[in-house]
Design a binder for this molecule. Sequence first.
Ligand SMILES: Nc1nc2c(c(=O)[nH]1)N[C@H]1C(S)=C(S)[C@@H](COP(=O)(O)O)O[C@H]1N2
Ligand SMILES: [Mo]
Length: 368
Amino acid sequence: MDAPPVTTRGRPRVAEPGEGIGLDELALATRNHGLPLEALRYDVTPPGLHYVLTHYDIPAVDPASWRLTVTGAVDRPLTLDLDALRARPSVTSRVLLECAGNGRARLEPRPVSQPWLLEAVGSAEWTGTPLAPVLAEAGLSPDAVDVAFTGADHGLERGVEQDYTRGLSLAEALREDALLVWAMNGQPLPPQHGAPLRLVVPGWYGMAHVKWLTRIDVLTEPFTGYQNVTSYRFKVDADDPGEPVTRIRPRALLAPPGWPDFMSRERFLRPGPVLLSGRAWSGRAPLTGVEVSCDGGTTWTAADLAPADPGNPYAWRAWTLPWTARPGSHILVVRAADAEGAQPTEQEWNRQGMANNLVQRVPVTVLD
Ligand SMILES: Nc1nc2c(c(=O)[nH]1)N[C@H]1C(S)=C(S)[C@@H](COP(=O)(O)O)O[C@H]1N2
Ligand SMILES: [Mo]
C-alpha cells in the first residue's frame, strides 16, 4: 500500500477518486472503535461495546489530585474535587451519543479522517450532576455569552497545538439536562470515556461531550477555538467558513440479521419468518417513525417503533418489523424520520465528512 504523505498542517485532505483507506486512517480506526451492530440489541450499551473517539491520547489523570475549575466571567471562581461534585444532587440519564463523523467513509471523495461507516454510536446510562446550578453558584456575569469546556488531553491538529476545548452557547450550557458526569452504567467512568469527569449535552453530536474535563471558562465573547471555528463545520469549499455542526440528525440502524462471512461481512440467513430489529434516534427533533424496505428502497413498510421513554428522552428507541425471508438476494434498507424530515437516500457531501445520515443498506442472501 503506497500511503500518501501524512499532512500535519493546513487543510484536511480529501482522498483521490478511488483511493483506498490509508495507513493513517487505519491507525485512527484501530484506536477509535465502533459499536458492533449486533450490540444494538442492548437497551443500555455495555461500556466495552460503546464507540470511542479520542482525538489525541487518553490523558493520565489522577482522580485524587484532579480538580475542576470554573473561571472567567463569574463572581466566584470555583475549584471542585470529585467528592465535592459527587456530594451534589445526582441524575442518571440514558443518552445516545453519536460521532459527527459517522458515515464519513462512505462519502466520495472521502474526507481523510477517522473512517466511520455506521457504528459510531452508543446509548449508555450517564450519572452526574446538572451543570447549570454549578454555573449559578459561580455567579454568571450578566454579559456572559458562551462557555468553554477544556479537557486534560493535549495534541496537535492541522498544525494547531491545543488542549481539546469546545465552546457552547450559554443557553445550551444552562439547559437542565446538561450534566457533569462521573459514572457510566453505574460504574466510575472508564479512562477512554473521560475519567474522572466529562460533560454530557444530550442531543448534540459527540464532539460537544468533552471528556477528561478540567476547566469551565465563562466567556463574554463568542468562543473562537479550533474545535468550534475550524473543525466541526459543514463546508464544501475549504475557504468557506461553513455552518457549525450541532445536533444529531435522525438515523435508524438495523442489527444485521443472519450470520456474516468472516472477511466480506456478507450476510446469510435461512428462509422463513425473521424479526428485523434495530434502534432509531434523533437529537434535533422527536422521532416520527421508522420505515423498512426489503427490496432495496422500492417499497417501504412502517416498523413498530417503541414509544419514547419520558424519563429518557435522549435514549435510542427500539424498532421491529416481521419479515418472511424468501430464497434469493435482498437489500434491506431502513430509514428514520423526525419532525424536521427523513434520512436522505442520496448523501450530501461536505469536506469534513460531517453528519452523513444516509440510510443504511444491508444486502442479505437467503439460502434455499
Ligand atoms: N477531551 C476530549 N473530549 C472529547 C473528545 C476528545 O478527543 N477529547 N472527542 C469528542 C468526540 S469527537 C466524540 S465523538 C466523543 C466520543 O465520546 P466517547 O469516546 O465516550 O464515545 O467525545 C468527545 N469528547
Ligand atoms: Mo466525534
